[in-house]
Design a protein around this ligand. Structure first.
Ligand SMILES: *[C@@H]1O[C@H](CO)[C@@H](O)[C@H](O)[C@H]1NC(C)=O
Ligand SMILES: *[C@@H]1O[C@H](CO)[C@@H](O)[C@H](O)[C@H]1NC(C)=O
Ligand SMILES: *[C@@H]1O[C@H](CO)[C@@H](O)[C@H](O)[C@H]1NC(C)=O
Ligand SMILES: *[C@@H]1O[C@H](CO)[C@@H](O)[C@H](O)[C@H]1NC(C)=O
Ligand SMILES: *[C@@H]1O[C@H](CO)[C@@H](O)[C@H](O)[C@H]1NC(C)=O
Length: 473
């Protein structure tokens, strides 16, 4: 009897206290309704459209006392909202989305206010959202304002302008500003974004120069070992060791950015009338396979370096990564349909986990594998759940694949945008005596991190060996 009573208590608790978001994943209408609720909660984190606030950004940056979000996450938010519109046709947030993407676009997404945390990846995230707006036919801003395609081109040109070969034979540095911590870290994400934008601009414009840059970026990532033979995607390395001491943390956003870029290159280089494999098909297939195995071990995405079996050590940035994986895998199925069955199955099972991690009111947690809301709230968690929901609509009626300049895209470009605004030009300065002390400190930190990494790996778990937090200290 006692056993029965407690079972009943548990059942009641499960239905009343932990009731999950009600959604039928087989019904586009039901997904849209659930997405509407989750989107509303997501936008409750945004105040940039209120009097006296700054349009575009989430409350932050962390050291300001205003909130935990770096500038880049606003860019990621608006990309999510562009996709929300694309997949649902709900125009509720279109006006603030346009305002946000335009307001922060100063100086090719390198506004003066935010140089203290300006990474090449940060402006890259804004640029990928602008590119998406061009590709899905998100309404163009008035002609006297910056245009989506030109904004993406501007950031592309800046990133390409930051390519330097003195150390590690190429690649991009993490930070875009000399004074910032992380200027000596040459990592996957900014280079992956250059690859991603290059592939997309090539397909949208037909201009081979972009494809050439994409190929060069991919080849470098593989050559330096950030993408290894098994298609693990590692975080990066410091130039002082010629990028040989690789931080092997595998964050999902690195793999997601590359898979989508590969799918664009596959689409760009293959004609629909031929089945001849191109250079991109094999790595696309392998990276997708490895990614689904590694990040979706039980069919539900896990942010492996920081979402550990018993604890979550993800920082605010990392709490948002799952959504990019879901969105970019979804887009990849449109560009490389042969991957659709495998990818859509994973997106479906992962989203089922995500909605169970949301309350009935549409507040969504971070951990998706437990079947219940974990109480972890934030814009990143909310954005990821929204991304998971809307991405399931990818195969639905009326959802077009990314447009190009000849298949209905209307965004106006400017191939020369961004040139002349490069914050850090040319090659890294050689290590001088003055710099060496600094480099020594970095090396010491790196060694400690590697030791920590080894200890954790011995425990069959991985931890983020480098926090993404940045800025002057
Ligand atoms: C820069 O900061 C000023 C002062 O807070 C603000 O008025 C302005 O809107 C900000 N601009 C951008 C692009 O964030
Ligand atoms: C530095 O790394 C690059 C890329 O892996 C390699 O091509 C180059 O030979 C290395 N240089 C030295 C001096 O080891
Ligand atoms: C991934 O590749 C392995 C080995 O080639 C294969 O057995 C497996 O079915 C593939 N998984 C997916 C999801 O395609
Ligand atoms: C949204 O509306 C437009 C215009 O009516 C239509 O062409 C498109 O297919 C719709 N998209 C979805 C996802 O229903
Ligand atoms: C192609 O893109 C490159 C790189 O931005 C640019 O310099 C060139 O002018 C573009 N060509 C055309 C025909 O638009």
């Amino acid at each position: 009897m006692a056993g029965m009573a407690s079972l009943l208590t548990i059942l009641l608790a499960a239905t009343s206290v932990y009731a999950a978001l009600d959604v039928d994943l087989d019904s586009a209408n039901s997904i849209q309704s659930a997405a509407k609720v989750v989107a509303k909660n997501l936008l409750s984190y945004y105040h940039g459209d209120e009097p006296g606030q700054i349009p575009g950004i989430l409350p932050g940056p962390p050291d300001s006392g205003r909130g935990p979000y770096y500038w880049w996450e606003g860019g990621a938010l608006w990309g999510t909202m562009v996709d929300y519109w694309h997949y649902t046709n709900d125009t509720t947030y279109n006006a603030i989305t346009t305002q946000a993407l335009v307001f922060q676009s100063e100086n090719s997404y390198q506004p003066r206010n935010w140089t203290g945390s300006m990474g090449n990846d940060d402006k890259g995230f804004w640029a990928m959202s602008a590119m998406l707006a061009a590709e899905v036919g998100f309404p163009d801003p008035p002609p006297d304002q910056p245009q989506w395609l030109a904004l993406a081109q501007g950031v592309f040109n800046q990133l390409a302008g930051g390519w330097e070969t003195t150390y590690c034979a190429g690649g991009l540095r993490w930070q875009a500003v000399w004074a910032n911590n992380g200027i000596d870290y040459k990592n996957t994400i900014p280079t992956a974004i250059l690859f991603n934008l290059g592939a997309r601009l090539a397909r949208y414009t037909g201009n081979e120069t972009y494809a050439m840059w994409a190929e060069k970026s991919w080849d470098w990532l593989v050559g330096v070992g950030y993408v290894d033979d098994e298609f693990n995607v590692y975080d990066g390395a410091h130039y002082q060791n010629n990028c040989t001491e690789i931080n092997k943390a595998q964050f999902s956003y690195n793999a997601a950015t590359l898979i989508e870029g590969l799918a664009y290159m596959h689409s760009f280089t293959s004609s629909e009338s031929t089945t001849t494999p191109n250079k991109w098909q094999a790595p696309l297939t392998s990276l997708t396979n490895r990614t689904l195995t590694f990040f979706f071990p039980e069919g539900i995405i896990i942010e492996r370096p920081c979402e550990l079996p018993t604890t979550v050590g993800c920082n605010t940035d990392q709490l948002s990564f799952k959504g990019y994986m879901h969105r970019w895998l979804a887009t990849s199925t449109q560009l490389a349909p042969f991957l659709a069955p495998t990818i859509l199955a994973a997106l479906r099972s992962s989203t089922a986990g995500a909605v169970k991690a949301c309350t009935a009111e549409g507040t969504c947690g971070f951990r998706w594998t437990t079947g219940e809301y974990d109480g972890s709230t934030g814009a990143g968690q909310q954005m990821s759940a929204l991304a998971a929901l809307v991405s399931l609509l990818v195969g639905g009626e009326g959802v077009g694949k990314p447009l190009t300049g000849v298949t209905g895209g209307t965004s106006v470009g400017d191939p020369g945008a961004g040139n002349g605004h490069v914050a850090v030009v040319g090659e890294l300065a050689p290590v001088t005596t003055g710099d060496r002390a600094g480099a020594g400190v970095v090396t010491a930190v790196l060694c400690l991190s590697l030791v920590a990494g080894v200890v954790w790996m011995a425990m069959d778990e991985t931890v983020p060996v480098m926090k993404r937090g940045k800025g002057k200290e």
